[in-house]
Ligand binder design. Structure first.
Ligand code: PHE
Length: 451
């Protein structure tokens, strides 16, 4: 039977209708990859900390935050899709696993620091493939000033720009203030905001050159960085930054001018400045050539021994063990008219793409079959069960077929589950056993019917 409460670090959280954290996620809470000295995630953290050397490094003591910290105080509207049970992990209706490091902005500003760099694990329910994992790591960096000191900024900016002139970097930036989509804040003096944005851009361009610039030798191809307008509830104007790497634009981070409300709630109403949030996994994957996000979680010394503190080296894959795939076809709960999956339209509810969007509380459309009630089918719920049963042996879950019965209008889906062990061979029996367990659980818990 399932316990009535979560007990984490000696604290008890009473479960309610929001509680949705499986054991495999709870097990990750004390891994702290970002603090293991020669782990790539931690190596990257140190390099960013070194780059922003007079910014105070901060590490939160727990991964649990209040819903107020993660969403309410940052201005996420009540119907923001990022809040849904299909996207976020809740201990109960009051506490959750943070979905981003921005949840620590207010407490950090409260401690009266003007520049800090906070690193932590973050948690989001998601699909399964080589670049998505429900636990990953972010760094939040900010720089704020007393409003009366903002005049000093233009000189600082000139210095930073002179340094950037030495770098072989090409910055594509057509962003501009747009009073409708990306406005100044009402009480801000536009010239001040312009200097804050300029300082934000200079600081991040220089960080990106530190991380990716080693190939952009003088006289060769420059490193290309692109700035794009974005939306976050807790910054305006807001931006996203991309870097051109191995033939593709890679999204690196979100950032912007800190919303006045955040600073007011922090007790520093007379300050303003910028903040950014940087995801460490995707960045490590390209910098260290790590092909699969699950490798970060392996305890195999063939992985861990390859990395040294302070160095970005290329990962030499040890032999890749063979994959094994199994398909699973099933009918969705009979009276569910559609999958009502917001996810299919908007991939990431927490980021910039989540500006608007429909409400999907996960439990909002309920179907009744044989006196059992089931939620509308949501791919994240399916993936969660797969992860809970299979753990890190699952490499990807892909929808390969969808079908609506012409007469009954019932919908069916077929998913391909691709299994692969990072460290050894898998036997067919072992995989069949896992596949059976997954089938059993999804039938029991999601009300679907195998074909
Ligand atoms: N928290 C945002 C995210 O996770 C990133 C961000 C941080 C944006 C700080 C603006 C300012 O997508």
């Amino acid at each position: 039977s399932t316990p009535e409460s979560y007990k984490i670090n000696g604290v008890t959280y009473k479960k309610d209708e929001y509680s949705n954290i499986p054991q495999n996620i709870l097990d990750k809470l004390d891994r702290n990859l970002h603090l293991l000295p020669s782990h790539p995630i931690s190596i990257l953290r140190s390099i960013v900390e070194e780059h922003f050397k007079d910014y105070k490094p901060l590490i939160p003591s727990s991964s649990i935050v209040s819903v107020k910290q993660n969403f309410d105080e940052l201005g996420f509207p009540p119907d923001h899709p990022g809040r849904s049970l299909t996207d976020s992990y809740y201990l109960n209706k009051t506490y959750m696993l943070r979905t981003h490091t921005s949840s620590h902005e207010i407490e950090s500003y409260k401690s009266n620091l003007n520049k800090w760099l906070l690193s932590a694990d973050v948690f989001r329910r998601d699909e399964i493939d080589s670049s998505h994992y429900p636990v990953f790591h972010q760094m939040e960096g900010t720089h704020i000033w007393e409003n009366q000191n903002l005049n000093q900024l233009s000189k600082l900016n000139e210095e930073l720009e002179n340094k950037l002139k030495e770098c072989n970097i090409l910055i594509e930036d057509e962003t501009k203030i747009n009073e409708k989509t990306n406005p100044y804040q009402p009480h801000h003096i536009p010239q001040h905001t312009d200097e804050i944005v300029r300082h934000l851009k200079n600081s991040l361009n220089s960080l990106i050159f530190r991380l990716f610039g080693h190939h952009a030798k003088k006289g060769g191809e420059p490193l290309k960085v692109r700035w794009i307008e974005a939306y976050f509830p807790f910054t305006t104007p807001s931006y996203e930054v991309e870097v051109f790497w191995q033939g593709e634009w890679l999204e690196l981070l979100g950032c912007g001018v800190v919303m006045q409300k955040t600073l007011d709630l922090s007790g520093v109403p007379d300050k303003s400045g910028w903040a950014f949030g940087l995801g460490l996994e995707r960045l490590s994957m390209v910098l260290f050539s790590i092909p699969d996000i699950r490798l970060f979680w392996t305890e195999d010394s063939r992985f861990l021994n390859q990395f040294k503190k302070g160095e970005i080296t290329t990962f030499q894959p040890y032999s890749k063990y063979p994959p094994c795939y199994k398909d699973m076809s099933f009918w969705l709960p009979a009276t569910t008219s559609s999958s009502s999956s917001v996810k299919e339209v908007e991939k990431d509810h927490h980021g910039a793409s989540a500006a608007g969007g429909k409400l999907d509380l996960g439990q909002s459309s309920i179907t009744s079959i044989n006196n059992n009630t089931y939620k509308a089918f949501h791919e994240n719920d399916y993936c969660e069960i797969v992860r809970d049963v299979v753990g890190d042996l699952i490499e990807s879950v892909t929808l390969i077929d969808e079908f609506t019965h012409p007469k009954t209008k019932r919908k069916s889906k077929c998913y391909r589950l691709n299994y692969r062990h990072m460290d050894r061979n898998l036997s067919n029996e072992e995989v069949n056993e896992l596949q059976d367990k997954v089938q059993k659980r999804v039938v029991e818990e999601m009300g679907i019917e195998m074909r």
